[in-house]
Design a binder for this molecule. Structure first.
Ligand code: ASP
Ligand code: MG
Length: 408
């Protein structure tokens, strides 16, 4: 059994349907330097000239967020999360101000807004805040003045403390989808450094193929199993609020991958859509603690639990490496015995087709066995088989499974 603990849905109410509105989100690599910022500006101006109203959500430039995290750690081994949010929110403010400047130079009016100014209201969970409301009147007024609106992604303002919050790593996707949902945009376009969603990571598998369409359900499993292309929570918001999502390249004009409903007649009816991987995921073994107590404590510590396996003697679960400190603190407070393994990654075979076709698990295990790989933990959902395997076997496993399921 896999229990993926998605964060609660934000209560984003659709404030209005805004025909002709498009939300365009640009990731860090798309705004990595001054030239790229100018290219984004050109793309936004072109979309406006073609008749769309445009909201753009931008990530921090390149590795800015990572660099700020490192800087914080150099100053303080255990920085306060409120201050971390103050710091990290700056990255997105820099890039959206710069893009706004470049747009104005192209002769189109534009305004940049912080998450708070844009009306992204969140709870108070610093570094992992959830959006509770979108108060988009400033955005609406700017659109009415014919401005392109730049919104700093990944951040909001706490409704209780009015402090700056951030939405968790990759959170600009969530900003974009929440705005598209709240304003009733025609589409939410996720611009990135790859052409769309692939059958496997193209850096790893030369024959990986771009998918034209993927269902929300598959995309959700892919995103939460390590496909870096979108933050899982943003896909869930899109599904709930029926936001049309298009993942595409910021460096070319071709169509990318549309994320659509499962009953879309254009959806490829493949048995398996993709093999995704994660190079590292911490796997914990716990005994002497009840599952209710354990997962209650982990939830309170905001640990993003993925796989859960329970037997009479012990509980096994996995969580992202960045949650390790929080998990350890929670586990130490419970009095049971626990250990963690850091040498495992995960490879997942995902496809809506496996609901109606037996044999996928058998083929997955046979393929891994032939490659000499022994899974340490196996978990499944109706459309996924996930195997935790040693990190240094992940690449070989992805290639072998991509071949075995003939995804090339
Ligand atoms: N800049 C933030 C991060 O690196 C948010 C984002 O890019 O979506 O996680
Ligand atoms: Mg991202």
């Amino acid at each position: 059994m896999t229990v993926t603990e998605f964060e609660a849905m934000p209560a984003v109410e659709r404030a209005a349907d805004t025909p002709g509105l498009v939300v365009m989100k640009f990731g860090g690599t798309s705004v990595g330097d001054a030239d790229k910022l100018k290219r984004v500006a050109q793309r936004l101006v072109a979309a406006r000239a073609a008749g769309s109203k445009v909201i753009a959500v931008v990530s921090a430039m390149g590795h800015t967020t990572d660099e700020l995290v490192t800087l914080a750690q150099q100053v303080s081994p255990n920085p306060q999360e409120r201050e971390l949010d103050m710091l990290l929110s700056v990255g997105e403010r820099i890039s959206c101000a710069l893009v706004a400047m470049a747009i104005v130079d192209l002769g189109q009016s534009a305004i940049s807004l912080t998450g708070s100014q844009a009306g992204i209201v969140t709870d108070s969970t610093h570094t992992k805040a959830k959006i509770v409301e979108v108060r988009a009147h400033r955005i609406q007024e700017a659109l009415d003045r014919d401005e392109i609106v730049l919104v700093a992604g990944f951040q909001g303002v706490s409704r209780e403390s009015f402090d700056v919050t951030t939405l968790g790593r990759g959170g600009s996707d969530t900003t974009a989808v929440a705005l598209a949902a709240a304003l009733g945009a025609d589409a939410c376009e996720i611009y990135t450094d790859v052409r769309g969603v692939f059958t496997a990571d193209p850096r790893l598998v030369a024959t990986a193929r771009k998918l034209d369409r993927v269902s929300f359900e598959e995309m959700l499993e892919m995103a939460s199993s390590g496909a870096g292309v979108m933050m899982a929570r943003s896909v869930e918001i899109a599904r709930t609020h029926n936001v049309r999502l298009h993942v595409r390249s910021s460096f070319e004009d071709r169509e990318g991958t549309w994320i659509t409903e499962e009953d879309d007649p254009m959806l490829e009816k493949a048995l398996i859509s993709a093999v995704v991987h994660q190079r590292e995921e911490t796997v914990y073994r716990v005994s002497g603690v009840s599952s209710a107590t354990l997962f209650g404590a982990l939830a309170a510590a905001n640990v993003n639990v993925d796989t859960i396996l329970q037997s009479s003697a012990e509980i096994v679960f996995s969580a992202p490496p960045e949650d390790k400190r929080a998990a350890a603190a929670a586990l130490n407070g419970l009095g049971g015995a626990w250990e963690a393994r850091d040498d495992l990654g995960k490879v997942s075979v995902i496809g809506a087709g496996m609901k109606s076709h037996p044999g996928v698990a058998a083929k997955t295990f046979a393929t891994l066995e032939t490659a000499g790989i022994d899974p340490a933990v196996v978990s499944t959902s109706p459309i996924k088989i996930a195997c935790h395997i040693p990190s240094d076997h992940v690449d070989a496993a992805v290639r072998a499974l991509h071949d075995a399921f003939e995804l090339a």
